[in-house]
Each structure stands twice: as C-alpha cells, then as structure tokens.
Design a binder for this molecule. Structure first.
Ligand code: ZN
Ligand code: ZN
Length: 350
C-alpha cells in the first residue's frame, strides 16, 4: 500500500501541547483496505508505529486485514494475529530466533493446515446441506405418485441420508444442484436398498415377538429354535405376509381400528396420517397377535396362513353389525381382542 495514501487518510491527535509525539489512531477507512503484510511493514516503519500496531487495541485491524485475504483461516488460539501474519506471509519464521522455534514451527504449520481444512469442510457441509434440501423437495413430490402399497417409505430427512443419496449430494463437494434428472438417477436404487434393509428389520421384529403354542403342530412354523444365522432370519421375509403379523401404529390413537393394519398397508397408512414421519413407530400388540393366532387355530389353519388369504373372508358370530359381513382381518381381530378383554374384566369384577 502506498504510504502517501495512508498518511492522507489517517488522523493525528496530540495528547497535549507538552507531548512531542503524536498519538496515532488508526483510521478504519484505511484498515479496511489493508492486508496482513501491509501491517507488518507498517509496524516496522518506526518505534511509534510498532507501538500502535502491536497494541492490543489494534487487534481488530489485524483481524480485518486477515479477512481481506480470501480463504485465510482464523489463527490457532496459541498465536497472536501479528505473529500469525508473519508466519504466513514472511519467509522467515517470526519466532525462528527463539530457542523453541524448532518445536513451534511444525506445530504451527500443522495447526494452520488443520484450520484451513476445517474451513473447507465447513463450507462443503453447508453446500451439501443445501443439496439435501433440494433432494427433500424432490422426494416429497416423488412419493405422491407411489401406488405400490408394499413399498416402505423413509421419511424425507432419512431419505437424504441413504447411502445412494449421500453419494449424490456429496458429488463434486456439493457444488452441483440436484436436478430432477439427477434425483431420478438414484431414487430407485436408494428405495430398493432401503426396502431390503427395513423389511429384514421388520421381519426380525415380527419373529422375535411371534407367539408360541405348545399344543400346536408347528411343523410349518419356524419357531426360531432351529439354529439359523441372523442373516438367514433377516432374509426370510415371508413372516411379513402372515395373518398374525398385524402391526400397530403408535402415532395413532390406540383405540382406533385404523391404527392396526397388515404390512401391506404401512405405506398407505403413513401417507394418509403421517406423510412426513418415519414408519418406525410401528410394532405389534401381543394381545392382538395372540388373538390372530388363536383364530387361525380355531379355524384349523396353519399359523403361516397369509393375511391376504383370510382377510375379508370370515365373519364374527357375536352379532355386532360391523362384522356380520366378511371384514378386514386386522379390524376383525382387534374387535375380538377388545371383546375378549371386556369379558375377562367382567368375569373378574365382583
Ligand atoms: Zn398412524
Ligand atoms: Zn364379534
């Protein structure tokens, strides 16, 4: 920076007439234009300038100067701004004359490199966050057109963290906008991966909670006692389709018949009642599962009977109008469970 500009803009004040030296106040109009190397050179013009620029009150000048250098990270905590500027912009290490220089310099260089890397990653993270937001918008539009009832849908945030989608948003360090075309390139594979994984988890959950009947011919039932590896169990998804695999949504009122449904209605249920919530608040109710198993047993059907083979094919003989016609199996089972519960309580009460 030419010094004539510096002296033209800066102001001088005298403390009193007795003072022989002016007190110099750094003018912000100048400092906003300076770079760290300018300050280093200025601080060496005279002892007075050195006192000014090395004083604590001038710290903001060094910070402003540093910010004038694009991409220059903050200094490590252990290093004052002037020393940091010297290390970065001068060939000789500021502290090279000191005895500890040999140990300090490599640490300093490493700290600066780390800070630079941190800043780069932070900026990358912001860009990737924007790309994820673009994906969420596209995904919400995408699921509106899904008609397959057996597809499990992750919620929109979860979707953006699936491996395929993470690869998409991270590509080129998140610099490229996620267009509809780029989204469609990965969505099918991401949904397939998600469904394989989540179905396996759901199947495992259903197996772990399956009821056991000691007096029932379990030749067609895998009761889990046969040695099977977790992977083999996870891969056997047939349990999802069983009539006993009635699921319950904990997000809905538990007294509502719509909060109980078979696996094939998870997606329809969530799109209708929880369009932006994960389906994971789903389990099965022991009493309902037990009733379903007992009903199959009474009918002489194996416990492996599929839900679709029995739903809307049986009626309840209790006389309640809703169930005199073949009903949805989950609703019928819920009805029988509640009726049984009522009878048990009535018998127990004095
Ligand atoms: Zn629900
Ligand atoms: Zn009934």
């Amino acid at each position: 920076m030419p010094l004539d500009i510096f002296f033209e803009v800066c102001t001088f004040h005298y403390l009193s007439s007795k003072d022989s030296l002016p007190i110099f106040y750094v003018n912000s109009k100048i400092t906003s234009k300076l770079k760290p190397l300018d300050l280093i050179q200025l601080s060496r013009v005279s002892k007075q300038f050195r006192n000014i620029f090395m004083s604590k009150s001038s710290r903001y000048v060094w910070i402003e100067a540093r910010k004038n250098v694009h991409g220059m990270p903050d200094p490590p905590d252990c290093l004052p701004e002037p020393k940091y500027a010297s290390v970065v912009f001068e060939r000789n290490c500021f502290v090279s004359a000191q005895s500890k220089a040999v140990q300090i310099q490599p640490k300093l260089v490493a700290a600066i490199a780390l800070e630079k890397e941190r800043k780069v990653w932070a900026e990358r993270g912001v860009r990737i966050g924007l790309r994820r937001q673009e994906v969420r918008t596209l995904y919400q539009l995408y699921i509106e057109d899904i008609e397959d009832d057996e597809v499990l849908l992750p919620d929109s945030v979860e979707f953006t963290y699936l491996p395929e989608v993470t690869a998409l948003v991270s590509r080129d360090d998140g610099l490229i906008e996620v267009t509809q075309e780029r989204f469609m390139d990965v969505v099918a594979e991401a949904m397939t991966t998600f469904n394989i994984s989540e179905r396996a988890k759901l199947a495992n959950m259903l197996r772990e909670q399956a009821p056991r009947f000691t007096d029932y011919d379990s030749s067609d039932e895998d009761d889990g006692t046969i040695s099977r590896t977790p992977m083999e169990i996870a891969c056997d998804l047939e349990v999802l389709n069983r009539a006993t695999s009635i699921l319950k949504c904990y997000r809905c009122s538990l007294s509502s018949p719509t909060s109980y449904f078979p696996f094939t209605k998870i997606t329809r249920h969530n799109l209708k009642f929880h369009p932006d919530s994960p389906y994971k608040a789903i389990s099965r109710e022991k009493a309902v599962t037990g009733t379903a198993s007992a009903v199959l047993k009474v009918l002489g059907l194996p416990s492996s009977t599929r839900y679709s083979d029995i739903s809307r094919k049986i009626v309840c003989l209790c006389g309640k109008p809703d169930f005199q016609q073949p009903a949805e199996f989950s609703e019928l089972i819920l009805h029988i469970t509640r009726e049984n519960s009522w009878y048990i309580q009535a018998l127990r009460s004095p």
